[in-house]
Design a protein around this ligand. Structure first.
Ligand code: IPM
Ligand code: MN
Length: 370
């Protein structure tokens, strides 16, 4: 298998180095051969050569089995340029239509929520990743005058909505097929339900786009009689994520709401240092990344938390079908998190590289024991 590795900017390369350390170790133990090509599609190259991600480079990524990405963004580049023409270009041009963000509270990780236990925070957010407000369609009229009007369009095709919602229902089946989701009432279990998908929308205001989402949600959902359908407005989703996160199994939503609620979700699971995500094209090439960004204040200090990046590598293994290796790496992450003082950068009790070493040690220890 061939993996494209894009460290990116800021702390991206540092955390990706630890992810590669973990991948190399787990692959050696499980007889998996992965080959890596490191690619410098990043802000520094843009500053030096004026080059963003070209069409050829982006299409070239289709030659790989997966992409592992650190973070894109540079303090010397105006916000919006690198994001749009590197990160979002990759997501769009490779049609990575699902942004999958698992929200899990690991043992020993501090959540800012009171009295939550790991079993209370364990859900998946399925964020649509190619449409909505992110299409960049819009306009200014009478710019810089008193009468200026700015328009940014939220655009969804039925096709985009349907494939995303179907993916969410498939995930709900997959997560719960061995054991029904614990959040179901006894009545729901008796009725034969095994899991739940919550549509996070705003049908009371966005009466076109989320009307489409809601109709498609029920149409597609009917094909999954064992999955309970649940609709919640996005503002109320935010309340529940804080007040009663155990009510969620799988959440499906559009691009903009998904962006916002996954940052909130990430903080409830201990912050961006632990939160990985996958940009998936189930029929093509997928990209895995820690969702935290470039953390310029910590760049080059060996203080940033690499757990999210190692988690992204774990998702990559799982996606490529290396289930045993993915399970082993997940166990090692949990093991190391137990030893860490905090998930916040500079407060971990270890350096970035030490965390990577601990993950490797744990992988080797468990492998010998098994
Ligand atoms: C994310 C990020 C990106 C997004 C930015 C950097 C364009 O916030 O991956 O959630 O909005 O999708
Ligand atoms: Mn975001």
């Amino acid at each position: 298998m061939k993996i494209a590795v894009i460290g990116g900017d800021g702390t991206g390369p540092e955390v990706i180095a630890e992810a590669l350390k973990a991948l190399t170790s787990v692959c050696a133990l499980h007889d998996i051969e992965l080959n890596y090509d490191e690619l410098n599609y990043n802000g520094t190259r843009y500053i030096n050569e004026g080059k963003l991600l070209t069409d050829d480079e982006c299409q070239g990524l289709k030659e790989y089995d997966a992409v592992l990405l650190g973070a894109i963004g540079h303090t010397d580049v105006k916000p919006g340029i690198l994001e749009k023409d590197i990160l979002l270009k990759m997501r769009f041009d490779l049609d990575q239509y699902i942004n999958l963000r698992p929200i899990k509270l690991y043992e020993n990780v501090d959540s800012p929520l009171k009295n939550v236990k790991p079993e209370d925070i364990d859900y998946l957010v399925v964020r649509e990743n190619t449409g909505g407000l992110y299409t960049g369609e819009g306009s200014f009229s009478e710019k810089n005058t008193e009468n200026e009007v700015a328009v940014q369009k939220m655009i969804y095709t039925r096709h985009q909505v349907e494939r995303c919602i179907r993916f969410a229902f498939e995930q709900a089946v997959k997560r719960n097929q061995d054991k029904a989701w614990k959040g179901l009432s006894s009545k729901e279990k008796e009725e034969g339900f095994i899991g739940k998908v919550t549509l996070c929308g705003k049908t009371n205001v966005l009466t076109y786009v989320y009307d489409l989402w809601e109709r498609v949600f029920h149409e597609v959902g009917k094909e999954y009689p064992k999955i309970k359908r649940d609709y919640v407005h996005v503002d109320a989703v935010c309340i529940y994520m804080v007040d009663n996160p155990a009510r969620f199994d799988v959440i499906v939503t559009g691009n903009m709401f998904g962006d916002i609620i996954t940052d909130l979700a990430a903080i409830t699971q201990g912050g961006l240092g632990v939160a990985p995500g996958g940009n998936l094209n189930p029929e093509g090439v997928s990209m895995f990344e820690p969702i935290g960004g470039t953390a310029p204040d910590f760049t080059g200090k060996n203080e940033i938390n690499p757990v999210a990046a190692i988690g992204a590598a774990q998702m990559l293994l799982d996606h490529l079908g290396y289930k045993d290796a993915a399970i082993a790496l997940d166990l090692a992450i949990r093991d190391v998190v137990l030893k860490m003082q905090s998930q916040a950068a500079a407060k971990m009790g270890y350096s970035t590289t030490e965390i990577g070493d601990l993950v490797v040690e744990s992988l080797q220890r468990h492998h010998r024991a098994s």
